[in-house]
Design a protein around this ligand. Structure first.
Ligand code: ACO
Length: 337
């Protein structure tokens, strides 16, 4: 009988900066309170990159852990796919800097721009590429959102943090692996979440936002409403496509934007908020890093067993959204180096 082969998550890794900023620390500089932030978002703290720490260095830290745990050398990789909205440079892609630092030999490397849905997009793209090149692939979500928020704007800056998460994908035997996936965009809503300062004008005409220097702009309410519907749509359709019920899924690992979004989505799905894994309290919204950071936290806490079904669901600027059903295959985390 032919061996059943699937693309599997062989290992995870993550990194957040050591500098931790609590709500109380923010309240000393901003017109906000710990009570407001916790009650409106579920966030208690965020980790903020310091001088010398970049999206590329964050990605390298997370990747080294994932590669070590997977027993894969960087020069065995076929590709590095890195999701980010906060690249070190406009060009080249941050994935190229990670490739250089890891010494990834003959691997391809490129960035994916799908904001907070970036990791889900990157996993699906990586999976497609592995049909042609079966070598292991490194998929990273990395963002330093604190570099692009206006620290005087309490509406936005309290929501975000920095970090990176990585997974190594490998072909493997057995039933574990990546299942059905959905990638979508509600492009009519693109204006609600954006950062200007791109290249719509020649550099010499960029008066308001020269060289890409502008802050993240967010209209909270429409994004909130979109996110709740997006989670419901993705989870419901992934279950339908897979012929499964939500009871068979151990946990949904969502993009960590706001616990109230999760609470409202859980009600739409007629389930409890405890069906969702949340680590937003400690790391805030880390955009593309959010899902792989949460996944690595689950792995490190030994919360996953081989055979468990998980749903990753992301939503963000674009307005992109999507998800993937995963049957977990790793049994336990290996020692972190
Ligand atoms: N501290 C104190 N008060 C605040 C703060 C703060 N940090 N921020 C806003 N407020 C005030 C507002 O000024 C407003 O005051 P007003 O009524 O006097 O005008 C009041 O609180 C209420 O504001 P709302 O906008 O109604 O608050 P809401 O309950 O909608 O929560 C929030 C705001 C948290 C931003 C919510 O809308 C949200 O989470 N939206 C989704 C964000 C998201 O999911 N982003 C994900 C994508 S990010 C990406 O892709 C890069």
């Amino acid at each position: 009988m032919a061996e059943h082969k699937k693309i599997q998550i062989a290992a995870t890794g993550s990194w957040v900066p050591s500098h931790r900023v609590t709500n109380e620390m923010l309240a000393k500089k901003l017109d906000t309170t710990d009570e407001w932030i916790v009650s409106h978002t579920g966030i208690h703290a965020r980790h903020v990159a310091q001088a010398g720490e970049t999206t590329a260095s964050a990605a390298v830290h997370a990747s080294r852990i994932a590669l070590e745990r997977a027993g894969v050398a960087a020069d065995e990789l076929g590709c590095i796919v890195l999701a980010t909205s906060t690249p070190d440079y406009t060009l080249p892609s941050t994935a190229c800097l990670v490739h250089r630092e890891l010494k990834a030999g003959r691997a391809a490397a490129f960035d994916v721009s799908a904001a907070c849905t970036g990791f889900v997009y990157a996993m699906d793209i990586a999976r497609g590429l592995m049909g042609r090149d079966p070598r292991p692939t490194l998929v990273i979500g990395a963002d330093l959102m604190t570099r692009i928020v206006d620290w005087t704007d309490r509406n936005v800056c309290v929501l975000f943090g920095d970090g990176a998460g990585a997974v190594v994908l490998k072909w493997g035997s057995g039933d574990a692996g990546l299942g059905e996936s959905i990638l979508r965009v509600d492009s009519e809503g693109f204006f609600a979440l954006r950062r200007e300062g791109g290249n719509r004008h020649h550099l010499s005409e960029q008066v308001d936002a020269p060289s890409g220097r502008s802050f993240l702009h967010m209209e909270g309410k429409p994004v909130f409403n979109f996110a709740v519907k997006a989670i419901d749509e993705v989870v419901t359709e992934l279950l339908e496509k897979s012929g499964m019920t939500l009871d068979q899924v151990k946990l949904i690992v969502p993009h960590q934007a706001n616990f109230r979004i999760i609470d409202a989505a859980a009600r739409r799905l007629k389930t409890g908020a405890d069906k969702f894994f949340l680590n937003i309290a400690e790391v805030a919204n880390t955009s593309a890093a959010s899902i792989p950071l949460a996944l690595d936290a689950l792995v490190n806490a030994n919360r996953l067993q081989a055979g468990d079904y998980l749903i990753f669901v992301g939503f963000g600027a674009g307005l992109t959204y999507g998800g993937v059903l995963v049957r977990w295959g790793c049994s336990a985390p290996l020692a972190v180096v």
